[in-house]
Design a protein. Structure first.
Length: 254
């Protein structure tokens, strides 16, 4: 088993040093505290600064933690809080719909599943937490595309695979469906990613009305749909679950 990478260990030590004690430290302070040569400490600090993890005061030349660490930390806290707030409502939605429930967030050009409630029956099921779903062909992804400009920008940068004959890959068609999603407040995917599978999803907002994720019911077309469209009662259940999670996150009523 390979051992730890020394440069990464030293970078982590510098970040921990800057996180405690004095708010700002000079190069000599950092090098002396960690027993590093000044050239080594300066190289690591410069790299951390380029990545936004460290900032240097232009007047004193001293270093402090950078804004990128705050952004990453806030991202972790947001996802952790989202999942914690959604647990009860996702369980309730699974029981009401008698189907699988997913909670997803935007991550690396796709939708990351951060919570998965099994369909409440005795069939064998596989936990999907940590898996990725495409943006353009799933109900979770369509909701995020409709409300999150970052998601829409990321779609421009990737190839849109046609998983089935129903998959929309043209950006004009995708944008048209996104407008419909915003208008009606929910998105559906019927055999657009997996044959025989349908899903319906709604947006989750935080206290600042920002889109932070989506919740979806997922299951076989024959159970979720009537005449090729998602059953209205499932739409109501999913939207109410999304509103309840959003309210728990501090969002105003919508």
């Amino acid at each position: 088993m390979p051992g730890p990478i020394q440069s990464l260990e030293r970078a982590a030590a510098i970040l921990r040093l800057l996180a405690g004690g004095e708010r700002r430290l000079g190069l000599s302070d950092v090098a002396a505290a960690l027993g590093l040569a000044k050239g080594t400490a300066h190289g690591i600090l410069r790299t951390l600064q380029q990545e936004g993890f460290v900032e240097q005061d232009p007047d004193s030349g001293k270093y402090q933690l950078g804004a990128e660490l705050l952004r990453l930390g806030q991202s972790y806290l947001d996802v952790h809080e989202l999942r914690a707030r959604a647990l009860v409502w996702a369980d309730d939605l699974a029981r009401a719909s008698n189907e699988t429930v997913y909670l997803g967030v935007l991550h690396q050009h796709g939708v990351l599943i951060v919570h998965h409630v099994f369909r409440p029956d005795d069939t064998r099921q596989v936990l999907e937490v940590g898996s990725m779903q495409p943006l353009h062909s799933t109900a979770l992804g369509k909701v995020l595309l409709a409300h999150d400009p970052v998601a829409r920008a990321e779609l421009d940068e990737q190839e849109r695979e046609a998983f089935t004959s129903r998959t929309l890959t043209d950006l004009l068609d995708i944008d048209e469906e996104a407008a419909l999603t915003r208008e009606r407040g929910w998105a559906a995917s019927v055999e657009e990613t997996w044959p025989g599978v349908a899903s319906v999803a709604a947006l989750i907002k935080d206290r600042r009305r920002n889109p932070v994720g989506a919740v979806a019911v997922n299951g076989p077309v024959e159970r979720l749909c009537e005449a090729g469209t998602v059953r209205p009662e499932l739409v109501v259940q999913v939207r109410e679950a999304a509103r309840s999670i959003s309210r728990d996150l501090g969002a105003p009523r919508f």
